[in-house]
Design a protein around this ligand. Structure first.
Ligand SMILES: *[C@@H]1O[C@H](CO)[C@@H](O)[C@H](O)[C@H]1NC(C)=O
Ligand SMILES: *[C@@H]1O[C@H](CO)[C@@H](O)[C@H](O)[C@H]1NC(C)=O
Ligand SMILES: *[C@@H]1O[C@H](CO)[C@@H](O)[C@H](O)[C@H]1NC(C)=O
Ligand SMILES: *[C@@H]1O[C@H](CO)[C@@H](O)[C@H](O)[C@H]1NC(C)=O
Ligand SMILES: *[C@@H]1O[C@H](CO)[C@@H](O)[C@H](O)[C@H]1NC(C)=O
Ligand SMILES: *[C@@H]1O[C@H](CO)[C@@H](O)[C@H](O)[C@H]1NC(C)=O
Ligand SMILES: *[C@@H]1O[C@H](CO)[C@@H](O)[C@H](O)[C@H]1NC(C)=O
Ligand SMILES: *[C@@H]1O[C@H](CO)[C@@H](O)[C@H](O)[C@H]1NC(C)=O
Ligand SMILES: *[C@@H]1O[C@H](CO)[C@@H](O)[C@H](O)[C@H]1NC(C)=O
Length: 767
């Protein structure tokens, strides 16, 4: 591959030009806003006139949002435009840190300038990324099997073959796991560890007395994050790990056809992916990767956040070959996959004297990645930001992950930008479209940006709306969100027609509620946010209300690990256009939901957060904790009564605040701003600046991924982590002090949230 760093000077020039132009264009609006807030209420009419000459939308400080704009946005989202954008975006590979990364950042930046947005920026970050060697076949990543004479009996393919002409492009990165340790290791033993989870190793030890120390292991993808598989293999002493996509987890038994005939994974399809266990640039934890940043020694991260052993991914065609060389007993039913072969535990290879070798030449290299931003400046509250984001970097063509989301985001920004340019509309608050770099390596672009601008964002951001993979099916919406955005998400989905005409239900909401109701069947189910995409640093570092959306397949019918072509070379435009969403109606619905949700948050006089959703969710989480295994462990040493009490107190204050909010004098912009500021600050109150135990950058005490599965949404992550296998552990007494301290910090966070909702001069309780 032909990488080079683009010049930073170029951006500085660009940004200055951009800044100048936009300053001129908006100085009038800015002045109007300044004057408006500075003078008496009776003079609004004068300001309206002034602003009308600059910008058509009536600039009035107490104006409710215009419902016609909601309809305009929903009606103007165009499926054919999304299709065109996706074809462009996924025509060539666009891996983070390559020329294509910069090229696409520049293209989307220019698109925003051309489609009526006010400002566009590119921010580069110099970060640690990881690349396989693609120039020398004698060192390229490969698995070998040697016979007793040390002759090569078999070797793995270097590339996935071309199955459809559209994949015939240069710069396709061969299958690899980012941040794998380089190495050249040989073993006479290969062991199968099922999904490579803690329970799988425990099962091997206690039922088969199998010890993987010093051996190469092979695990199937699925159930937990691949980084956890590598970390656990290391912890159990393995010298290397091979990851494969099993047909049972990535195809559908009754359908023998695979890509390019169907969306099911072909035998050569290989899941690339990172094995970094942190977020952001590995070298600058907690701080932005600017040129003055302190960078930690890479070696100090190995074995914990970065792997210390080689890891390599393969498809099920190669896995079948490898399994055929394995010895050992047959595995039980629950460990069997979908390859037509006898799955064995392994041990010495079947033939005496044979050996397996993994050769990995992947290197960690510092490179520049780019975030791009497009801004629509708010008319009344330009200092309040509604953020929409999607990453841009892909392992290969990325037509699903992430370009389906990028194509939809481009369409939402085009429609909004054109309304602004036509002077039909300007949102009350600022809207910022964010195109992140290097998400695939570990949420790097978004995390560095959050770290760099955390003071601005923590003061001013209203919400972050993430769509990474827009569409993996046409069955139903899969929505994750923090509590305050539930209401607005439901409202948006009620306005959007169900794209799947074969299903009952007129709106996305109807269909969503029918397919995936919540526990009491009153609303669609919204899952809490764990990690796995760019919302994570917004939620965890400063408590920003956030949403993550995908339109998905029937997950009860298809018990698969993820959509089948995930991170393989076969995520092509062809696959989306012909197999996944012909006609792009599902992509269109995603644009309508995303656009309407953003409009509502940016344009409503009162931010459409329903605080009652927060108390409902919190009380549910506390009950859930109490009845969980973590709760049971905690109750052996402490009472959870005060936690219940703090949650009840919160609910009371929430109800009082809600009444106050309903009765706010909307004619008074200061009253409106005061209520909005309390809404804005509520989720922030649940963050602990010190972070949850051992995770200084995970500060939200309620929401973060569980530390044993980065993909799972998890509540009270600090309690789950700190009580994990605590009883009988060597430093048990010390560990209980950590649990108690964190428990007290959680209660304090809830009390802080409670006082943040009180009347502003009565934030101290009456005694
Ligand atoms: C690939 O390996 C060859 C041979 O060891 C080396 O000369 C070359 O610099 C490597 N390329 C990269 C990009 O690491
Ligand atoms: C890929 O494209 C090249 C050049 O156009 C052509 O020679 C080759 O046959 C193509 N390969 C496949 C598998 O289609
Ligand atoms: C890797 O190990 C094999 C077998 O142990 C050895 O023949 C080969 O030279 C080694 N290759 C490298 C690049 O170190
Ligand atoms: C050992 O196998 C039995 C039967 O499959 C299972 O019930 C038991 O949980 C296993 N032991 C462990 C420690 O997993
Ligand atoms: C596994 O084997 C290694 C080295 O052979 C040994 O040090 C370790 O104690 C063993 N672990 C168990 C659980 O038996
Ligand atoms: C599985 O393999 C066996 C033996 O190779 C063969 O007879 C059988 O037809 C295969 N089954 C399927 C479903 O392909
Ligand atoms: C929805 O997807 C299924 C399965 O991929 C497909 O058979 C069906 O035609 C699709 N329906 C619509 C309305 O797109
Ligand atoms: C907490 O759980 C325990 C054990 O299930 C139960 O006895 C107790 O009533 C629960 N507390 C509350 C307040 O629900
Ligand atoms: C709940 O509120 C009451 C009344 O204000 C107060 O006395 C009590 O300390 C609060 N409990 C907690 C755990 O915050």
């Amino acid at each position: 591959m032909d990488f080079h760093d683009s010049s930073q000077v170029f951006f500085e020039k660009k940004n200055k030009a951009t800044a100048r132009r936009s300053f001129a264009a908006f100085s009038v609006v800015t002045m109007a806003v300044g004057i408006g807030l500075g003078i008496l209420i009776g003079r609004y009419a004068i300001c309206d006139e002034k602003s009308n000459s600059e910008d058509s939308g009536q600039l009035s400080y107490n104006k409710e949002a215009d419902p016609r704009i909601s309809e305009e946005i929903i009606n103007q989202i165009d499926a054919e435009k999304i299709r065109e954008y996706l074809r462009d975006l996924s025509e060539f590979p666009h891996l983070a840190g390559t020329d294509a990364d910069y090229k696409q950042a520049k293209e989307i930046h220019d698109f925003w300038k051309n489609e009526g947005l006010d400002e566009a920026f590119i921010t580069p970050y110099d970060v640690l990324l990881s690349y396989p060697n693609t120039t020398d076949p004698n060192v390229m990543n490969r698995i070998f099997v040697y016979n007793e004479n040390d002759d090569i009996e078999w070797e793995s393919a270097l590339y996935e073959p071309i199955l459809h002409p559209s994949e015939n492009k240069s710069n396709v990165v061969p299958p690899f796991n980012a941040f794998s340790a380089p190495g050249n290791i040989t073993s006479s033993e290969l062991m199968y560890v099922n999904y490579g989870r803690v329970e799988d190793y425990q099962w091997l030890v206690s039922n088969k007395s199998i010890n993987v120390t010093g051996k190469i292991v092979i695990a199937r993808y699925g159930k937990i994050f691949r980084g956890d598989k590598v970390r656990l293999a290391t912890r159990y002493g393995a010298s290397g790990i091979i990851l494969f996509s099993d047909p049972k987890d990535y195809t559908y038994g009754v359908d023998p056809k695979v890509y390019p005939d169907t969306w099911w994974l072909p035998e050569s399809g290989t899941q690339r992916g990172t094995t970094f266990m942190g977020k952001g640039d590995p070298l600058t934890p907690g701080y932005p990767s600017t040129d003055t940043a302190y960078r930690v020694d890479e070696e100090s991260l190995k074995g914990d956040l970065l792997p210390s052993i080689p890891v390599h991914p393969i498809g099920y065609g190669l896995a079948e070959k490898l399994i055929s060389y394995m010895g050992g007993d047959e595995v039980p039913e629950s460990w069997r996959g979908g390859i037509n072969i006898t799955y064995k535990f392994g041990g010495p290879l079947k033939n005496a004297g044979w050996k397996i070798r993994i050769r990995i030449s992947t290197r960690n290299i510092r490179r520049t990645t780019y975030n791009a931003f497009g801004v629509i400046r708010g008319s009344v509250e330009p200092d309040r930001y509604v953020l929409l984001g999607n990453h841009r970097d892909a392992w290969v063509f990325g037509a699903i992950d992430p370009s389906s989301g990028t194509a939809v985001m481009k369409e939402v920004s085009r429609v909004m930008g054109n309304l602004v340019r036509a002077k039909k509309w300007r949102p009350r608050r600022t809207i910022i479209f964010c195109s992140w770099g290097a998400e695939e390596n570990g949420l790097i672009g978004s995390t560095e940006w959050v770290e760099q601008y955390i003071k601005n964002l923590a003061e001013r951001a209203v919400a972050y709306l993430n769509v990474d993979i827009a569409v993996t099916g046409n069955y139903t919406l899969d929505g994750g969100a923090t509590p305050l955005v539930h209401h607005a998400l439901y409202e948006a989905t009620k306005k959007v027609p169900n794209p799947n005409t074969a299903q009952a239900g007129r709106s996305v909401y109807d269909n969503w509620k029918m397919t995936t109701p919540n526990e009491d069947k009153t609303q669609p189910k919204i899952s809490p946010l764990g990690s796995g995409s760019d919302f994570a640093s917004f939620v965890q570092q400063f408590g920003l209300p956030s949403v993550d959306l995908t339109y998905t397949y029937d997950e009860d019918k298809y018990k698969i690990g993820s959509y089948p072509l995930y991170h393989s070379k076969y995520e092509t435009f062809y696959a989306v256009d012909k197999l996944l969403d012909p006609g792009f109606q599902t992509h269109k619905a995603m644009g309508q939901i995303w656009g309407e949700l953003a409009r509502n948050l940016a344009d409503s006089l009162i931010i459409p957060f329903d605080v009652r959703d927060y108390s409902r969710v919190l009380e549910g989480l506390v009950r859930q904790l109490n009845s969980s295994e973590t709760g049971a462990i905690m109750r052996t040493k402490m009472s959870l009564d005060k936690l219940f009490e703090a949650a009840r107190n919160f609910t009371k204050e929430v109800d009082a605040f809600y009444t106050m909010q309903m009765n706010v004098r909307k004619s008074n912009p200061y009253d409106v701003r005061k209520i909005n500021d309390q809404l804005l600050q509520l989720d922030r109150a649940f963050t602990d600046p010190a972070g949850i135990p051992n995770r200084p950058q995970a500060r939200h005490v309620l929401f973060a991924e569980s530390s044993v599965n980065v993909y799972a949404g998890s509540s009270f992550p600090g309690l789950i982590d700190s009580t994990f296998e605590i009883s009988g552990s060597p430093n048990e007494a010390q560990r209980w002090e950590v649990v108690k301290k964190h428990y007290s910090a959680i209660i304090f966070a809830i009390q802080s949230a409670t006082s943040s909702l009180r009347d502003v001069t009565k934030f101290m309780p009456v005694t």
